[in-house]
Design a protein around this ligand. Structure first.
Ligand code: NAI
Length: 360
């Protein structure tokens, strides 16, 4: 495995731990990646999907777990970053036994890794995992429950912030927003957008969902492959990552990208491509932190008002990044990475101090 995890793997970023999980009885094949625990236990959802190759799954989990470290530190939550992927088709291969076998691996990590729902898993699946391990979040009885509504709320506030900064508009009335992906987050976001008076342009690979959006939300429907290239003010990617690439950025006809998907940029260079085209990019791990915040606050002292207040801080974080990007003439993606790395360096120094380890 060295060839995959050493310097040879471009997504390997000195991850603290990468665990490959197998269970012959249930057919479980999963990877858990813990990127960094300097600020606290690694938090990150459990994604279930079929990958073309095992190497693709590894790339995904390494990138996503690093993104979680940056997300938690930018949201000011005392958590590190981790992520899990179960290599299985959620529609055909998901069984309670498979979920529990995975949860047993999470249990073995003793709280170093805390997981929750993600693409391909649901709150009901997390309830099944909870039979085996307490190290899960997103349980309705312990707090807010399904994180998607808080993710959607944070993204809505982020879109408002970006629109104010880029278009000098104080509300979303008449602002055209493309929502790509009408799943747990995208659907909730679409409903919130409709209530603000925004003009909704929606797409999904699920034809029924598109039809529902047209009927119930009055959305204009565009084919999924063409949705990033539709003419609008804002493009909100809410499906899978990597939709902003050398191939797609040239076709964009929006001035803002602000959505929920993790890892929206196919490569780091794509942040610069967006900036060069004059497109304001709201860094994904900043704007989509609502779900993480929701899970982080779960527990006996859960307070809904505190949750709303914390999610309400996403606009300020974004405004600070936009301002710094302009002052330093850098893409917002780079400024977000720099800010996260500065905060992470502080967290690492504090951890070393706590543990009594000093660097020369
Ligand atoms: P989901 O699985 O409920 O929804 C994804 C939707 O995207 C599905 O309806 C699917 O049919 C659609 N889709 C897939 N490929 C598409 C394509 N090429 N074009 C258009 N639609 C397509 O997932 P969920 O929970 O809504 O998450 C969406 C994104 O947001 C993911 O990238 C996830 O990692 C990210 N995210 C989710 C959070 C949450 O609280 N659920 C928190 C932070 C990030």
């Amino acid at each position: 495995m060295d060839f995959m995890l050493g310097h040879g793997h471009e997504e390997f970023d000195n991850h603290e731990l990468v665990a490959f999980c197998r269970d012959a009885g249930t057919g479980l094949s999963a990877i858990i990646a813990i990127h960094d625990t300097s600020a606290g236990p690694a938090a990150g959802g459990c994604r279930m999907m079929r990958y073309a190759t095992f190497a693709d799954a590894l790339t995904d989990v390494l990138r996503l777990s690093k993104g979680m470290t940056y997300k938690a530190i930018m949201a000011g939550m005392p958590f590190g970053g981790g992520k899990a992927v179960i290599l299985a088709d959620p529609r055909k291969e998901k069984t309670p036994e498979l979920l529990m076998a995975f949860a047993e691996r999470v249990a073995r990590l003793g709280g170093t890794f805390i997981t929750g729902e993600d693409v391909g898993t649901t709150v009901a699946d997390i309830e099944v995992m909870r039979r085996v391990t307490p190290h899960v979040r997103g349980i309705p009885a312990n707090g807010h429950g399904d994180p998607s509504s808080m993710t959607a709320l944070g993204v809505l506030k982020g879109i408002e912030t970006a629109v104010e900064h880029q278009l000098r508009a104080h509300d979303l009335k008449g602002i055209r927003v493309i929502v790509q992906g009408l799943g747990a987050v995208g659907w909730r976001l679409s409903k919130l957008l409709r209530n603000t008076g925004a003009i909704l342009i929606a797409s999904d690979i699920d034809l029924e969902l598109m039809e529902k959006a047209r009927r119930q939300l009055g959305a204009t429907i565009v084919p999924p492959d063409h949705s990033p290239a539709a003419e609008a003010d804002v493009y909100a990617p809410c499906a899978l990552g990597g939709t902003l690439s050398e191939r797609t950025i040239g076709d964009l006809r929006v001035s803002i990208v602000a959505g929920a998907a993790n890892n929206q940029l196919a490569t780091a260079e794509d942040g610069r491509r967006l900036a060069d085209r004059g497109v304001l990019y709201a860094p994904d791990y900043v704007i989509n932190a609502g779900g993480l915040i929701s899970g982080a606050l779960e527990g006996p002292s859960f307070d809904h008002a505190e949750l709303l207040e914390r999610v309400g801080q996403i606009p300020k974080t974004l405004r600070d990044l936009f301002t710094r990007a302009e002052a330093e003439k850098l893409p917002t993606s780079i400024v977000a990475d720099l800010t996260a790395q500065e905060r992470l360096a502080q967290a690492r120094a504090q951890k070393q101090k706590r543990e009594g380890v000093y660097h020369q």
